[in-house]
Design a binder for this molecule. Structure first.
Ligand code: GDP
Ligand code: MG
Length: 160
């Protein structure tokens, strides 16, 4: 497991972000990446992929008994997703703030879901809800060799 070899705390905290199929089809990838970059987070993993239903069922395991589970898995496999890992101080919590609420109706303007979409069943983006979820999701979606850890050249201008 990735968790064993990498310290996920402080400036090395990581989160799993995915642009969902509607976000990819509606060409929101660039702006989502841009906002994470502008904020000061570091991109350490990125791939465009068609996710299998098996992977998606595992990813959304916590919702397996919810009435929307099958629909959710179909939605998420309806086209390619952009799977990403972003790193930085408090990136999990901040990523969730940047996303907005699960229901776009409750999401403020300035958030991805507040700006880009209207319904829960097509809400454009996924982000891990805790550091523990992030660890689980990153090891589910990425091989260790696909993550590019490196010294960020602007770190001294972002952190003390
Ligand atoms: P998130 O962490 O904000 O993405 O929300 P959840 O983990 O609670 O739910 C996962 C995803 O399932 C959401 O992003 C929605 O796409 C979808 N979802 C959640 N609740 C509902 C619902 O009541 N109806 C439908 N159609 N989709 C839902
Ligand atoms: Mg969730």
């Amino acid at each position: 497991l990735l968790a064993g070899v990498f310290s996920w705390t402080g400036v090395n905290e990581r989160t799993f972000i995915a642009v969902k199929p509607d976000g990819v089809q509606r060409r929101r990838v660039g702006e989502i990446v841009q906002r994470f970059e502008k904020k000061g987070f570091k991109l350490v993993g990125f791939k465009l992929m068609q996710a299998s239903k098996e992977l998606l069922r595992e990813h959304y395991w916590e919702h397996r008994n919810r009435p929307f589970y099958n629909k959710l898995v179909s939605y998420m496999s309806s086209g390619p997703v952009v799977a990403m890992v972003w790193q930085g101080l408090d990136v999990v919590k901040t990523g969730r703030k940047m996303m907005g609420q699960t229901n776009p109706t409750n999401s403020l303007p300035g958030t991805f879901r507040g700006d880009f979409c209207v319904i829960m069943g097509k809400n454009v983006i996924h982000g891990s809800d805790s550091v523990e979820s992030a660890q689980r999701e990153i090891s589910l979606w990425f091989k260790e060799s696909e993550l590019c850890e490196r010294e960020g050249c602007s770190a001294k201008w972002i952190y003390e």
